[in-house]
Ligand binder design. Structure first.
Ligand code: PLP
Length: 463
């Protein structure tokens, strides 16, 4: 559909100015300059429009964040009101603003009962840094500074700051800038594609959890401070663990007195059909980081929910906690978050994902699993992955240099769909306001792009 454009320049003009001045995140600058970026100019509900007026279904919710969809008046009004009333004041040095206090109160209400306190940040990466500093501070206060090491997982994504990228398990990120920082180690993720195909899921989940205990014993339990993980690894490719994985991880952390940290930046605020991913997978984390969905991405905000085990020590024995950000508890961001959470409650979005659109997406993916290109189709709430394979029966992948995922993604771009490729894993995490009819609309586009990719693969003789 053609929409009136608010922009004043042509696509080519935008692209030229962009390439001349704007260094994008996670981008090969030369390739960007050659191909030209895609300029997104407006959005509504689950759709985007680019600078040529083309309509695109945003199956990634921006960057996993626009949970309530675009154009929600309640959020726009909350921001406008707060900008007029008090656009900024800090929360350093014993001051506070009403939106930050009210949001802290509401978060204590909607998160699991062990969480009564929150530390606000400006992003998910800053939340990861806060986790590292808070976990180490906790053990220092308790007189156990040797409990310093944090265990994370390969292929995890916890942000892009020095601590965030160190907690993350992305080899390409570690290769730049001398990461990880000391005291962070990584175990395998619960995703060994062939292994998981050969074993029953429950047994595989327990096996993957046992890799954590092996690492704890290798390091010495009294040297380990915490284990951190995303309930479902998002940026790593929507890696959904078997149901036995997290409860076993919880038992292992309990057995060794190790703090459990749930990174809910992607899974939080309804994505899995529960308010938080830890509720879907049955853990009781001590800390829980969040960002993205807390404001549906309308303005930046993140934070760490601090469980009573840690909060009591910090508050009663800790003295000054030498950590914080100018924008911790930013009043406009907090006002938008309040409006966002209340809107989610009013629309019963979490229940809708759990009982209606989530199961509907699961049945759609069960039918996509029949496609000749698809080796595996998995969903959890409103996030999903399709593993593209060369040989369906044996699950044999394509050689990575074929870049079949990128080929599929280019068909998505050309056909008005944002679907992300992580290697040959095609992933979606659409806005939670999506209706059943829109799930079907997305499904039809995905099928079309799979068909086109399949035709290319056959034409090239790649199978
Ligand atoms: N943690 C997870 C699980 C994420 O997916 C992300 C971002 O994608 C982050 C942390 C970092 O958040 P931010 O980009 O807001 O710094």
């Amino acid at each position: 559909t053609q929409q009136p454009l608010l922009t004043t320049r042509s696509t080519r003009e935008w692209q030229a100015a962009d390439a001349a001045h704007f260094l994008h995140p996670f981008t090969d600058f030369q390739s960007l300059a050659r191909k030209g970026s895609r300029i997104i100019t407006r959005a509504d509900n689950i759709y985007l429009w680019d600078s040529d007026g083309r309509k695109i279904l945003d199956a990634m919710s921006g960057l996993w964040c626009v949970n309530v969809g675009y154009g929600q008046q309640a959020l726009i009004d909350a921001a406008t009101r707060q900008l007029r009333e008090l656009p900024f004041y800090n929360s350093f040095f014993q001051t506070a603003t009403p939106p930050a206090i009210e949001l802290a109160e509401l978060l204590a209400e909607i998160t699991p009962p062990q969480f009564q306190h929150v530390f606000f940040t400006g992003s998910g990466s800053e939340a990861s840094d806060t986790v590292v500093r808070m976990v180490r501070r906790y053990w220092d206060i308790l007189g156990q500074p040797q409990r310093h090491t944090i265990i994370s997982r390969k292929n995890a994504y916890h942000g892009s700051t020095m601590a965030g990228a160190s907690l993350g398990g992305m080899g390409a990120m570690h290769a730049q800038g001398g990461l990880p920082i000391p005291g962070i180690v990584h175990i395998e993720q619960p995703h060994a594609y062939q292994l998981a195909r050969e074993m029953a899921p429950d047994a595989f989940g327990r096996l993957a959890a046992s890799w954590l205990e092996d690492k704890i014993i290798e390091l010495g339990p009294d040297r380990v401070a915490a284990f951190i993980g995303e309930p479902v690894q998002g940026a790593g490719g929507v890696i959904i663990p078997p149901d036995t994985y997290w409860p076993e991880v919880q038992r292992i952390c309990d057995r060794h007195g190790i703090l459990l940290v749930s990174d809910e930046v992607v899974c939080g605020f309804g994505r899995t059909g529960h308010w938080f991913g830890c509720e879907r997978f049955g853990t009781r984390p001590d800390l829980m980081s969040f960002a993205k969905g807390v404001t549906s991405g309308y303005v930046p905000l993140g934070g760490v929910m601090v469980g009573e085990r840690v909060a009591r020590v910090l508050i009663e024995q800790g003295g000054d906690f030498e950590h914080g950000y100018t924008y911790s508890g930013h009043p406009v961001a907090c006002a938008v978050a309040l409006a966002n959470i209340r809107l989610m409650q009013q629309l019963k979005l979490v229940e809708r994902v759990r009982d209606d659109t989530g199961p509907h997406l699961a049945s759609l993916y069960a039918s996509l699993a029949e496609h000749p290109l698809v080796g595996r189709a998995e969903t959890c709430g409103l996030m999903a992955a399709l593993q593209l394979v060369r040989d369906k029966a044996s699950g044999t992948p394509f050689p990575p240099e074929r870049q079949v995922g990128l080929l599929c993604r280019s068909h998505c771009f050309a056909n008005g769909l944002v679907m992300r490729a992580v290697g040959d894993r095609m992933i979606v995490a659409p806005p939670l306001v999506m209706t059943r009819a829109q799930v079907d609309e997305m499904g039809a586009l995905i099928r079309l792009c799979l068909d086109k990719t399949w035709a290319d693969v056959q034409h090239q003789g790649w199978r």
